[in-house]
Design a protein around this ligand. Structure first.
Ligand code: SAH
Length: 455
């Protein structure tokens, strides 16, 4: 039996869902942050539960063959990238294997999982950064939270963000230090500047800076705008968002444009998207294109099909599909996202889409009862996967193809097992790396109807 505070040596043989190493001591599962499969480690047990333990990494006795020096000097401290110390090709294979394991173990399916489609340059890929603002020794600090805490790790340069952020961070620090602007303190709930959020249009180079404040004042506003304009090429929009609540949620309700427009523009493929301070947009636009092109390929459209895009967000996939389908119905729970979806259809002059707000588990059965049918169904659900009534209605609609885009292999396995039983055979499985150096896995699946008597 393993004991708390004791030190053990063992080999790491897997990765947990947050990118932590997983190993076993006499068959008992131990999670170790910053360890990767293949490492032989010396670990002190700090948490001991009935079914698992958590250990602090004291020493890597023998490094895994996949261990590399992370490009970022803050990698061991910052909570942003969990597996930057793992070779990129090994990361891609790990993600492929994670999907394969879930489909075999949970889905009981015997399918080939393609190699993960990775990035040629897996850095500088994020188009959105969120920096909490703090103060240390009287000087402003901006950065990311230390893993599992709200301590700010001061970060001048983040390797997965667009390089322009370095200039933005420096300029904001200069403004705070020069004018002695108070920064927000979570404990006392006093001070003004809470967060800086930046958004970059990757194909347009347009830049938006959002300053989130605890209160509606914006001291030395004119000078702030001048400083940003002087330093940031491509600056299109500076907005203030006011959040006076005691919450971890970054954005408040009210947004005021301080300079330029209230939005920037970006393209995925030929499609144009308006991005405002609060609207959702995929954070890795290059790989989003790769993923959605896969989804479109799997949908196998000829121009005559009616398509359902369930969990459609701002309609990115819907609009991709609409270019090749007769009609696309999108369903999404967040009202603001549906508003964006409709706007996005309009600015792209796409007229064969219809969007519905509501819970998919309620809206999709209603649309079915009204007589709507789908030749192809695309689902892109949140981590908890598809609701049972959504899956049942999909089966009732008898589409020829189902395309499942998933960010969680475990719920994907569960849902595919159900659809398999109903005659939908999984024919293609394509992981795509959307979030290099993190443990997130994204995958596109094609299922085709093969008849319910196949078993
Ligand atoms: N395909 C979208 C993103 C999908 S992310 C895009 O390309 O942008 C999953 C989406 O499911 C989110 O937008 C989330 O708001 C939505 N969602 C979560 N629960 C839902 C539910 N019960 N019914 C409908 N939509 C839901």
């Amino acid at each position: 039996m393993i004991e708390k505070n004791k030190i053990y040596e063992f080999k790491i043989d897997g990765l947990g869902s947050s990118g932590e190493g997983v190993g076993r001591i006499d068959g008992f599962t131990v999670f170790v942050k910053r360890a990767i499969p293949g490492d032989i480690v010396k670990v002190k047990i700090v948490v001991l539960k009935k079914k698992y333990a958590i250990g602090d990494l004291l020493e890597i006795i023998e490094p895994s063959k996949d261990r590399v020096e992370p490009k970022c000097s803050l990698a061991n401290n910052c909570g942003g990238c969990q597996i930057m110390h793992m070779d990129y090709n090994a990361q891609l294979e790990m993600k492929r294997k994670k999907v394969e394991d879930a489909l075999t173990r949970i889905g009981k399916l015997d399918v080939k999982v393609n190699s993960t489609l990775g990035m040629e340059n897996p850095y500088e890929y994020r188009n959105k950064a969120q920096f909490p603002v703090g103060i240390l020794d009287g000087k402003a600090i901006l950065g990311f939270y230390k893993m599992g805490t709200h301590d700010i790790v001061d970060t001048e340069y983040c390797h997965i963000q667009d390089p322009i952020n370095e200039k933005i961070v420096k300029t904001i620090k200069k403004y705070i230090n020069y004018f002695n602007i108070e920064v927000y303190d979570e404990k006392s709930r006093s001070g003004l500047i809470r967060h800086i959020v930046t958004k970059v249009g990757f194909t347009t180079d347009e830049i938006m800076i959002v300053i989130i404040t605890n209160g509606k004042e914006m001291p030395h506003k004119k000078q702030l705008i001048e400083m940003l304009k002087d330093n940031i090429v491509g600056l299109k929009s500076v907005v203030q968002n006011i959040n006076t609540k005691n919450t971890n949620v970054i954005f408040g309700e009210k947004t005021v444009t301080l300079y330029g427009e209230d939005k920037i523009v970006d393209y995925i493929g030929d499609l144009k998207f308006n991005i405002s301070a609060r609207s959702f947009f995929q954070v890795n636009p290059m790989q989003t294109k790769v993923l959605y092109e896969k989804a479109l390929e799997y949908a196998d459209l000829t121009g005559n099909e009616t398509v359902f895009d369930i969990y459609c967000g701002i309609g990115t996939i819907s609009l991709f599909l609409a270019q090749k389908a007769k009609k696309v119905y999108g369903v999404e729970i967040v009202e603001a996202a549906i508003k964006d979806a409709k706007k996005n259809a309009e600015i792209n002059s796409i007229e064969n889409t219809e969007f519905y707000v509501g819970k998919a588990e309620e809206v999709v059965p209603i649309l079915y009862k009204e007589g709507k049918r789908a030749d192809v169904v695309v689902v892109d659900p949140p981590r908890k996967g598809c609701d049972q009534s959504v899956l049942e209605t999909i089966v009732n609609m008898e589409p020829k193809n189902i395309v499942y885009v998933s960010c969680n292999p475990a719920t994907l396995g569960r849902d595919l097992a159900y659809l398999d039983e109903k005659g939908y055979k999984t024919v293609k499985v394509q992981p795509v790396d959307m979030f290099a150096h993190t443990a997130h896995v994204e995958v596109a699946i094609l299922m085709t109807y093969c008849g319910s008597d196949k078993k």
